[in-house]
Design a binder for this molecule. Structure first.
Ligand code: CMC
Length: 429
């Protein structure tokens, strides 16, 4: 009869251990009993970059990387993108269930009425250099919000958490838009409560002298879909930063600043920006083979390709590719798309990429749409951070409410010197 255990024999001692298996996995702590002598620490598993370590149990996002499946709370990303708005999905990711009409109305009203930021944040923003990267400004200003809401430190209080979640989901677009306007030296545009979440964001970004900004409905909807696709992606680098930093029970604004910083890197949310830079550098279709050759020789990466979890086409990239057609009908074709499609075609036929299961990820096409919609390249990661905030908050709250979680504190394998004496300075070499 099969048993849900794993037998381990330590050949150093000949001792055997029976380790329980739960949900197909063993607990790393069950390895600690394996030791040669009583006074040693006990065995750990060594796993740099968490390649095979689950850091939590989660009910939020399911990914099957081999099959290219992504679901939030059991709903497929394809259905959510087709049938819901971003705020509906944000509610669902945070509350576990899709909202009823009344719940949605209440949620949308609350988010809409928390979009303003304190005037001092504007002054704070003015302190950044004229050419500051909007993502750097976002990291700084979202962290600074913690000083405006001292009640946020009561992270174990449900009412306080609810309030901060609403504030963060509501204020991230305002911070992001103000960061963008600052980088252009343009006056800030205050939120417009008549508009949708994405419509208002577009207004805060692009409104000039007109009395009322009216977003193009196709672009407003496209941005809403893009936001849905970016809500959550289970234990990625920034979600892990959110949980890790949040596990110290710091306020959520400080933890979101850490998550935003993690997202800023070119291997994570900075990749969509890096794709555009790469396409610009390649310059024309005839130079693609030469570029691919360099990538294969280890001179740089094909940005927007490859994923730690997906070993198949990223389902988000598929939706974005379709969305691109609708956007380009309004904006006109982005010549970068032609190059990206050709780059994808060549890479997907090349043994190097096939063998390593490297496919386009979410960032490969998103930047091309963003650019066609008029967003400058350095705001791309900011467009990722806004919708990801709801995912970060869901991960944060799940972590706080999980009785098995504690302050995150990995172990290390020390490989440095043993004890040695401090030599006088004149005798050091
Ligand atoms: N171009 C060329 N080679 C690649 C690429 C790429 N984009 N990605 C992975 N490889 C190669 C890598 O060199 C390695 O080859 P070898 O086995 O010969 O050493 C092999 O594939 C495995 O790569 P890895 O670096 O061990 O894989 P990882 O899981 O640590 O990295 C990744 C995942 C996303 C960081 C990586 O694929 C990458 O750098 N991609 C480009 C950046 C990018 O598009 N990032 C966005 C990710 S999706 C959105 C998000 O998470 O924010």
């Amino acid at each position: 009869m099969s048993k849900d255990t794993l037998n381990i024999t330590d050949n150093r001692t000949g001792k055997s251990y029976e380790i329980p298996i739960q949900n197909g996995n063993i607990r790393a702590m069950d390895l600690r009993q394996i030791k040669v002598t009583d006074d040693e620490f006990g065995m750990m598993s060594y796993d740099p970059a968490f390649m095979n370590t689950a850091s939590c149990k989660s009910k939020i996002t399911f990914i099957d990387g081999d099959k290219g499946i992504l679901r939030y709370r059991g709903y497929s990303i394809e259905q959510l993108a087709e049938k819901c708005t971003y705020l509906e999905v944000a509610y669902m990711i945070l509350h576990g269930e899709l909202p009823t009409r009344a719940q949605l109305d209440d949620w949308v009203w609350n988010i809409t009425h928390h979009t303003m930021i304190h005037e001092s944040i504007k002054t704070f923003m003015d302190g950044f250099r004229y050419d500051a990267h909007p993502m750097g400004i976002l990291v700084g200003t979202v962290g600074a919000l913690s000083t405006f809401y001292p009640d946020a430190k009561r992270v174990l209080n449900q009412e306080s958490r609810k309030k901060q979640i609403q504030r963060l989901v509501a204020k991230m677009p305002t911070l992001a838009a103000f960061a963008y306007r600052h980088s252009l030296g343009l006056p800030y545009v205050y939120p417009d409560n008549d508009l949708s979440y994405t419509g208002n964001f577009l207004s805060m970004l692009f409104k000039m002298a007109e009395t009322k900004y009216r977003p193009n409905p196709v672009l407003e909807n496209a941005l809403d879909v893009l936001f849905i696709l970016h809500v959550d992606h289970e234990q990625n680098c920034s979600a892990n930063a959110m949980r890790n930093v949040g596990s110290s029970q710091v306020d959520p604004y400080s933890a979101v600043a850490a998550a935003t910083a993690a997202l800023y890197g070119p291997l994570h949310g900075g990749a969509n920006e890096a794709v555009l830079v790469m396409l610009k550098e390649i310059g024309s279709k005839d130079r693609i083979p030469e570029f691919i050759k360099k990538v294969k020789a280890g001179e740089g990466r094909l940005m927007g390709f490859g994923h730690r979890v997906y070993k198949n086409y990223d389902p988000r990239a598929r939706i974005i590719k379709r969305l691109a057609e609708q956007v380009f009908e309004v904006t006109g074709m982005n010549p970068m798309l032609d190059m990206a499609v050709e780059l994808e075609r060549i890479a997907l036929q090349d043994d190097y990429f096939v063998k390593r299961k490297l496919y386009p990820n979410v960032d490969f096409y998103s930047g091309i749409i963003y650019q066609a919609m008029g967003f400058p390249v350095d705001i791309f990661p900011v467009l990722f951070a806004i919708p990801r905030t709801s995912g970060w908050m869901a991960q944060w709250e799940e972590m706080l409410l999980d009785p098995e979680q504690k302050i995150a504190r990995p172990r290390q394998v020390y490989v440095g010197h043993g004890l040695r004496d401090v030599a006088p300075i004149e005798k050091r070499r």
